[in-house]
Design a binder for this molecule. Structure first.
Ligand SMILES: [Zn+2]
Length: 264
């Protein structure tokens, strides 16, 4: 099959599966779903699945971002399985400002591993899209984990969007009891999503204000009634990414429950 035909067929399938929504400021990608439950965690007799937390936090994130005036689309809004390639294709087609994958981390062999970790595409720091991705990830990382502000690099399938800034947000650990307690508590979980929405919304608005303050050389501005953009917070110089451990990811195949890290 010719490449272009394959691509067209794939896009058609994606449109069918995910709906042909218009472009959105933010595309939220709730990790896992359906037969792919992601990482598991246990508290007493209760077993929890990553896919449920990811969806609930994503729906909350959508609600809050909409309240802030952003248009939001999602790769899934219920307990449905979506292959990674479809998610990526959807993001490439519909994302305007940010593609955010929401997951919960797991480290089977290290129950002490905890907290929030953010990821951007490995080897993409120098591009405009890469810089924007990094800025958002850094803001989230700093807000949730000021003592460990480094953003990690990886080649997850859903990060491989060269047109729209993309981040993967690993919101705490299924494998850490204290983290899991936090996630299992609806109020705390929703507070996490609210905080996340605040950081993302503020970051996007700062970025927009910055872009407005710096008109493109060819742009003819008829009249601007808006005041000049407020200076954004001073940028922290990017730390060398050397520390960041890339996690290999080859195929879009859903991970099985047996894997220690149910990430993509
Ligand atoms: Zn995951």
């Amino acid at each position: 099959m010719k490449k272009w035909f394959k691509r067209a067929a794939f896009a058609a399938v994606c449109a069918l599966h995910l709906g042909s929504a218009a472009a959105a400021d933010v595309v939220i990608d709730a990790g896992h779903g359906g037969k792919d439950h992601g990482a598991l965690g246990t508290l007493g007799k209760h077993q929890y699945m990553e896919k449920d937390f990811a969806l609930d936090m994503s729906l909350q994130l959508r609600k809050h971002l909409r309240q802030q005036g952003f248009s939001v689309a999602m790769t899934r809004t219920d307990d449905t399985f979506r292959p990674l390639g479809q998610r990526l294709a959807y993001g490439r087609k519909h994302c305007r400002k940010l593609f955010a994958s929401v997951h919960v981390n797991a480290a089977k062999n290290n129950p002490r591993a905890n907290g929030v970790h953010t990821y951007v595409l490995q080897g993409n720091d120098a591009t405009a899209v890469g810089k924007k991705s990094l800025q958002i990830a850094r803001n989230v990382q700093k807000a949730f984990n000021p003592k460990r502000p480094e953003v990690r690099r990886a080649r997850f399938v859903t990060l491989q969007n060269t047109t729209c800034p993309s981040v993967q947000l690993e919101m705490y650990f299924m494998s850490n009891k204290a983290d899991l307690k936090k996630l299992a508590d609806k109020r705390q979980r929703r507070a996490i999503a609210g905080k996340l929405a605040k950081v993302i919304g503020t970051s996007l608005k700062q970025r927009d204000a910055k872009a407005k303050a710096k008109p493109a050389p060819s742009a003819v501005k008829p009249q601007t009634s808006k005041p000049a953009a407020k200076p954004s917070r001073p940028r922290v110089p990017a730390k060398a990414a050397a520390k960041d451990k890339p996690a290999p990811l080859k195929k879009a195949a859903p991970k099985t429950a047996a894997k220690p890290k149910a990430k993509r």
